[in-house]
Design a protein around this ligand. Structure first.
Ligand code: GUN
Length: 169
């Protein structure tokens, strides 16, 4: 797909660059909040009940390995299927594909369990994937962790190859 058409989507949906790669816009943040005392251990401060974003990734970029505390629900909207890599805290590397070619085993939703490291790549060349990501408790950059190639490869030496490919620094 031509870069101009991708730019049109970025403009129309008012997306901004995301620190993990790609573009996003928060579309929902509940006004109600959960107090820290009612949240699982590890959350500092209160969180909204839930948040939702649009997330657009292009095939010349990737979403770098990062993690958050809560489960993240992904929804497929448009473009190429997207391959999501997860590495559990015990080091299990798994891939899942979100997309609409259901006969190939793709699914329109994916779940990333809280605490898993995850990164993503667009499968088709010259394309993009437009997805949604919903989390509850709501998203906060305080719960967001990015690690360097070196730090992550030291943690998961058997995943060095995929970590090298899906980290920016
Ligand atoms: N809001 C800003 N960044 C993110 C993200 O990576 N995931 C979710 N769910 N919400 C966000």
């Amino acid at each position: 797909m031509h870069g101009n058409s991708i730019n049109k989507i970025i403009d129309a949906l008012d997306l901004a660059p995301h620190p993990e790669g790609g573009y996003f816009k928060e579309t929902y943040r509940s006004t109600d909040e959960i107090n820290q005392s009612c949240l699982p251990e590890g959350y500092k401060g209160k969180r909204n009940y839930a948040t939702c974003i649009y997330f657009l990734l292009t095939s010349d970029d990737f979403s770098a390995f990062h993690r958050i505390k809560q489960d993240e629900i992904w929804h497929f909207y448009d473009g190429s299927p997207l391959r999501l890599h997860t590495i559990s805290e015990s080091g299990l590397h798994q891939t899942q594909i979100i997309g609409k070619y259901f006969d190939k085993g793709e699914t329109p939703q994916l779940i990333v369990p809280g605490g898993h490291w995850f990164g993503a790549e667009v499968i088709e060349e010259n394309s993009y994937s437009l997805v949604g990501c919903t989390v509850s408790p709501g998203f906060s950059f305080n719960d967001f962790e990015l690690k360097s190639k070196k730090e992550l490869s030291n943690l998961f030496p058997h995943c060095k190859k995929i970590i090298e490919r899906l980290t920016h620094f």
